[in-house]
Design a protein around this ligand. Structure first.
Ligand SMILES: [Zn+2]
Length: 320
């Protein structure tokens, strides 16, 4: 793995658009270009521009796009073809810095900040950040969580009077009287991976439905607080341990929900401090971003950048 780069070193590396293409190629292909049309890996032909430096686009402007030709299907491609970057009007250099911001900022970066720092228009900045969140989503083929899994929930948005008191919020939610959205977080104790979901309510049946798709329950020891809804949820698990927060207890026989609470406090800091207003509609995208950051918290910034760029393929947004 390459040494982790700070923003000055990155700026040094990325002086031209061609540099930026080369940089993304390095992170994504590691020297072995992959044809996005047929999946062939390896010795494809690099097409050197006629004048050695740039080629003309359809509008006649000069482009430093680095183009390859597949040795198998003979089609042309660049490192952007078929990725979240496809068809972008934002310079590739700027994209590299935006990936860096996503990988290196603890609380994320808002579209407004991106707009100011990188001179993008509001709409471009907003879509750019959502495209990157798409690349930060977990691999859809990721396996089930197992061993020890902590489940906990928090409440997002809504009226200030409900902002404190987890138990009271739960009660009003069950009565359908709050506009807060519950967020369920599952943390795998051994790997540190977190998966979180906006759920319509915290009834056991509903939580179980989500958990079943993510956790190998017969092979998992579930840790939760003493919320009554988890008793039903725990039925398919190998074991269930609880900590009683209302009794001031935070660890009991090694069971704790602290990891989930750390995740939630970071999530709330980001949602309140960085993004200010996130609608429930877009919440899942932000959760994907924070899950990614929490899960990779032990990696270097460059390792996180690499993972984001590796995951840019096959994830073109349908709404942008
Ligand atoms: Zn091909």
């Amino acid at each position: 793995m390459a040494m982790s780069m700070n923003v000055l070193q990155l700026a040094d590396e990325l002086r031209t658009e061609a540099d930026a293409y080369r940089y993304l190629e390095g992170l994504r292909w590691r020297g072995k270009p992959v044809c996005p049309h047929c999946g062939s890996v390896g010795e494809h032909y690099f097409l050197t521009p006629a004048n050695g430096k740039s080629r003309k686009t359809r509008t006649g402007a000069a482009s430093e796009r680095r183009v390859w030709k597949c040795r198998d299907c003979r089609k042309q491609f660049s490192v952007l073809t078929g990725t979240i970057f496809h068809g972008t009007k934002i310079p590739v250099r700027t994209w590299c810095f935006l990936v860096f911001e996503m990988a290196a900022s603890k609380n994320g970066i808002s579209a407004r900040e991106v707009e100011r720092k990188y001179g993008l228009c509001p709409r471009s900045a907003w879509f750019a950040m959502h495209r990157l969140r798409e690349a930060m989503k977990r691999d859809p083929h990721a396996g089930l969580m197992s061993s020890i899994v902590i489940a906990d929930e928090t409440w997002f948005g809504g009226t200030p009077k409900n902002r404190h008191g987890h138990k009271r919020a739960t009660k009003t939610r069950l009565q359908g009287q709050t506009d807060k959205t519950p967020i369920l977080a599952l943390v795998a104790r051994q790997t540190g991976e977190v998966r979180s979901y906006a759920v319509p309510n915290v009834r056991a049946q509903n939580l179980s439905k989500v958990i079943k798709t993510q956790v190998n329950t017969p092979r998992t020891h579930l840790h939760t607080d003493s919320g009554p809804h988890y008793r039903k949820v725990a039925e398919t698990f190998a074991m269930h341990s609880t900590v009683d927060h209302s009794a001031g207890e935070y660890v009991r026989n090694g069971a704790t929900t602290n990891h989930a609470e750390t995740y939630f406090s970071q999530l709330k800091r980001s949602l309140d401090g960085t993004h200010h207003h996130v609608s429930v509609e877009h919440l899942p995208r932000y959760l994907a971003e924070f899950d990614f950051r929490y899960t990779t918290c032990k990696d270097t910034d460059t390792e996180r950048m690499t993972q984001i760029v590796e995951q840019t393929g096959g994830r073109r947004l349908t709404y942008a």
